[in-house]
Design a protein around this ligand. Structure first.
Ligand code: SF4
Length: 394
C-alpha cells in the first residue's frame, strides 16, 4: 500500500510539473509566436480513452485544444461489411467477430437485423471470439463454411497474417478483410481541416501500439510530408502529458519529424518479422472508411495467392468501388466529423439522447475506442457539461 501511495505521489508531482510546462509553452506560443490556438490531434481511440478517463482536458490551458482522431477501427468499418456479415450469418454461414463489432449498427437492416447481435437473436450463426486463433480452432472443429470479420489497424494485422502465412487456416474459414492503415487516415484528417478552413492540426499524437509494429519511421515520413510535429505516445496519463509537452516544444522550435515518447516499446524499425508477414499476405489498396469514403492506400487486401481464403473471391461478394461508394452513416450521426477531428460528440444532436452506449445509433458509440462511447461513459461533455452549466461552474 505504501509503495502504491509513493508511486501515486510521484506521479501526481510529475503530472503537476508537466501541467506547468504545458501552460508555460502555450503562453509562450501566444506571446512570442502569436499563436492563440494550438490544436493537437490524438490518433488513437485508447489515447482518447486515457484523456477522458483521467480528465486530462481539464488540466489544459485555454488556447490548447486536444481533439480525437480516426483511431477506432470499429467506428470506421463501412456498413457494407456489417450488412454482408449479417446476411451471410442468416444464410447459414458462421460469422466470427470480436465483441466490439458485434453491436455495430448497419445502415440498412438485413432481414430485420440491424447488427450482428440482432442477427444472432433472429437465428443467424454469429460467434464472438477473442482472437483469430479461437476462430481457427472453432472452424476446424465445426467444419462449417465460416467467415472471419477481419477488422483492425496495424496492431491487429499480424495476428491474422501469421496463421495465414503459416498455412494454419482451414479451408472452410474465409477471411473478410476490413483492415485499415493509420498514417494515410491521419494525413486525410489534416487535409480536410485545411480544405474546410477550420483550425488546422498543429501536432499529432501518434498511436503507440500501432508503432510497436510499424516502428517510428512511417510517422517520421508522415511528419516530413505534412510539416506537422509528431510524437508517438504511450497510454498512461503521464505519457500523454509528456507527449503534449514535447509537441508544444517542437511547435515552438518549428521542428518537424517524429519523437518517440513510448521508448519502452517502440523502435525505429518496429517488429520486422510482423512487417514481413504482413507484406507476404496483404497488398495495400485504396479503401473506404465509414462516413468518409475512399482514402488512398489505406487498406489491406489478401494477395491473390491466398484466394482460397478470401471471402470476397470465394463467396462472390462485390465490395463497393470508389464510384459506387455512398454515405453510410445513420441519419444525423456526426461520426465522420468526429473521426476527422472536426467535431466533438457534444456537437451531435443525438448524443446521450437517442444515442447511448446501451442503444448505439451510430458506430462511434459502440467500441470503448469510439470517441462518443468514451465521452458518454467517462464524461467529456453531455450530462456533466449540462450539470456544470446549470450550477454556473462552466
Ligand atoms: S452520438 Fe451517436 S449518432 Fe451522434 S455522432 Fe456519436 S455515434 Fe453518431
Amino acid at each position: 500500500m505504501e509503495a502504491i501511495k509513493k508511486i501515486y505521489r510521484l506521479d501526481s508531482t510529475l503530472a503537476e510539473s508537466l501541467k506547468e510546462i504545458i501552460w508555460r509553452y502555450v503562453e509562450k506560443l501566444r506571446k512570442e509566436k502569436g499563436i492563440d490556438l494550438v490544436k493537437i490531434m490524438n490518433f488513437c481511440g485508447t489515447h482518447e480513452w486515457t484523456t477522458v478517463h483521467y480528465g486530462l482536458r481539464s488540466l489544459m490551458p485555454q488556447g490548447l485544444d486536444l481533439v480525437a482522431g480516426p483511431g477506432c477501427p470499429v467506428c470506421i468499418t463501412p456498413s457494407y461489411y456489417i450488412e454482408t456479415a449479417i446476411k451471410l450469418s442468416m444464410e447459414g454461414v458462421r460469422v466470427y467477430t470480436f465483441g466490439d463489432a458485434y453491436r455495430l449498427p448497419a445502415l440498412k437492416p438485413v432481414k430485420g437485423a440491424g447488427s450482428l447481435v440482432e442477427a444472432k437473436a433472429l437465428g443467424g450463426d454469429v460467434k464472438t471470439v477473442y482472437s483469430f486463433l479461437d476462430a481457427i480452432k472453432d472452424a476446424r472443429k465445426s467444419g462449417r463454411t465460416s467467415i472471419f470479420l477481419g477488422i483492425g489497424f496495424e496492431t491487429t494485422t499480424p495476428s491474422y497474417a501469421t496463421p495465414i502465412a503459416e498455412g494454419k487456416v482451414p479451408e472452410n474459414l474465409l477471411f473478410l478483410s476490413v483492415l485499415r492503415l493509420t498514417p494515410p487516415a491521419a494525413k486525410y484528417a489534416i487535409r480536410i481541416a485545411i480544405e474546410r478552413n477550420l483550425p488546422p492540426v498543429q501536432g499529432v499524437i501518434a498511436p503507440g501500439h500501432v508503432s510497436t509494429i510499424t516502428g517510428a519511421k512511417p510517422w517520421h515520413e508522415f511528419s516530413l510530408e505534412t510539416g506537422i510535429p509528431t510524437v508517438i505516445s504511450g497510454f498512461e496519463p503521464i505519457d500523454l502529458l509528456l507527449s503534449v509537452a514535447k509537441l508544444l516544444k517542437m511547435i515552438m522550435e518549428k521542428r518537424v519529424g517524429v519523437e518517440v515518447e513510448y521508448r519502452r516499446v517502440v523502435t525505429w524499425e518496429g517488429n520486422k518479422r510482423a512487417k514481413r508477414l504482413i507484406g507476404e499476405v496483404f497488398n495495400v489498396v485504396d479503401a473506404a472508411w465509414r462516413g468518409i469514403g475512399f482514402i488512398p492506400d489505406s487498406g489491406l487486401k489478401l494477395k491473390d495467392k491466398y484466394w482460397r481464403l478470401d471471402a470476397v473471391t470465394q463467396l462472390g461478394l462485390r465490395e463497393p468501388s470508389r464510384e459506387e461508394w455512398s454515405y453510410d452513416l445513420p441519419k444525423d450521426c456526426k461520426c465522420a466529423e468526429i473521426t476527422l477531428g472536426l467535431a466533438k460528440p457534444t456537437d451531435c444532436p443525438l448524443y446521450l439522447k437517442i444515442c447511448t452506449p446501451d442503444k448505439p445509433w451510430g458506430p462511434c458509440m459502440v467500441s470503448l475506442e469510439g470517441t462518443c462511447a468514451v465521452w458518454a461513459r467517462f464524461g467529456g461533455g453531455g450530462l456533466a457539461l449540462d450539470l456544470g452549466k446549470e450550477l454556473g461552474l462552466i
